[in-house]
Design a binder for this molecule. Structure first.
Ligand SMILES: NC(=O)c1ccc[n+]([C@@H]2O[C@H](COP(=O)([O-])OP(=O)(O)OC[C@H]3O[C@@H](n4cnc5c(N)ncnc54)[C@H](OP(=O)(O)O)[C@@H]3O)[C@@H](O)[C@H]2O)c1
Length: 278
């Protein structure tokens, strides 16, 4: 049976695709525009939009398990299409925001929660992946890094930055095994690491000095909006970062529990992404 990976052009989706292919699975990759997908040999490509149910039938035909991004718009259409196609397991890339104590006030949590709720109500098995902050967020530093700087709010905020390959390895294991039905899995990297420490690691891996310049909350908000982040995102994200200055940030051992391997460090992530900063 085939496993469908939606968002196969995304950082996590692409890594899920690669993990499944490495495990010898029959995989179908989807994007809203399949022509832009560059997939390993033998992987079928299909155009599908999670917000447009009319595009989902061909994508889901013959599919036993699916990996999806959270698109609240149209999620009911996806659930119906998956049920009609006889999909047995859906793995959702959600967010740790839905598990935070302030989830009821968080717009990010609400968006992800809407998808979690709809998928959990489907007649198939389902698993929610709830990662904290991605290590890939530091790709937003590229232009500053080129100028020898890392400009960030709260440089001493510590997060359990997770490598996209660890999220993908967890997703692949579950898609293959059909395990963890009904579970929400909080995923993090191996240890909290501050933005200042991330800059130090990056400087070391890239072999160039990087000075850390602290942004105000207003500057950081402006920067996030300029990067195209939706307006509801900066308050939630900045609030979560500020909290880690006062409280220990979340670190779990779930990656190891599911995959049997320790989560990758930020140094490993920086080494894997050295070319992205050149
Ligand atoms: N960044 C973090 O720290 C963080 C933390 C926790 C959770 N998350 C979750 O992870 C997501 C980001 O993952 P990522 O880094 O892999 O993202 P990414 O690299 O930006 O890729 C996003 C993917 O979403 C797909 N997509 C967008 N709209 C779609 C639609 N209507 N139908 C089908 N696919 C659609 C895109 O596919 P096409 O454009 O090819 O259609 C693309 O492949 C966030 O949106 C959030 O839900 C992020």
């Amino acid at each position: 049976m085939t496993i469908l990976v939606t968002g196969a052009s995304g950082h996590v989706g692409r890594a899920v695709l690669e993990a499944l292919v490495a495990a010898g699975q029959d995989v179908r990759a989807s994007s809203r525009d399949a022509t832009k997908l560059d997939v390993p040999e033998g992987v079928a490509k299909v155009s599908a939009d999670l917000e447009d149910a009319s595009t989902l039938e061909p994508a889901l035909d013959g599919v036993s398990a699916a990996f999806i991004y959270t698109r609240p718009q149209g999620i009911d259409g996806f659930v119906k299409a998956a049920e009609a196609a006889g999909v047995r397991h859906v793995v959702v890339l959600s967010s740790a925001a839905t598990l935070q104590p302030d989830a009821a006030q968080s717009r990010i949590a609400a968006l992800h929660h809407a998808v979690e709720r709809a998928v959990a109500a489907g007649s198939f098995a389902s698993t929610m992946l709830n990662p904290g902050a991605f290590a890939t967020n530091t790709l937003a530093w590229r232009a500053d890094v080129a100028e020898g700087a890392v400009r960030t709010v709260y440089p001493d905020s510590r997060i359990g930055a997770i490598h996209e390959r660890d999220i993908a390895d967890v997703a692949a294991r579950i898609l293959i095994d059909g395990s963890h039905d009904g579970q929400s899995l909080p995923l993090t990297g191996p240890a909290p690491i501050s933005f200042r420490e991330q800059a130090e690691v990056l400087a070391d891996v890239l072999g160039k000095p990087l000075r850390v310049e602290e942004l105000t909350v207003e500057q950081a908000t402006e920067q996030m909006l300029a990067r195209g982040w939706p307006p509801e995102v900066p308050p939630s994200v900045l609030g979560a970062w500020a909290r880690t200055l006062r409280e220990p940030s979340l670190v779990t051992d779930v990656v190891r529990e599911v995959t049997g391997a320790a989560p990758r460090t930020f140094r490993q992530w920086a080494e894997d992404h050295r070319a992205d900063f050149s």
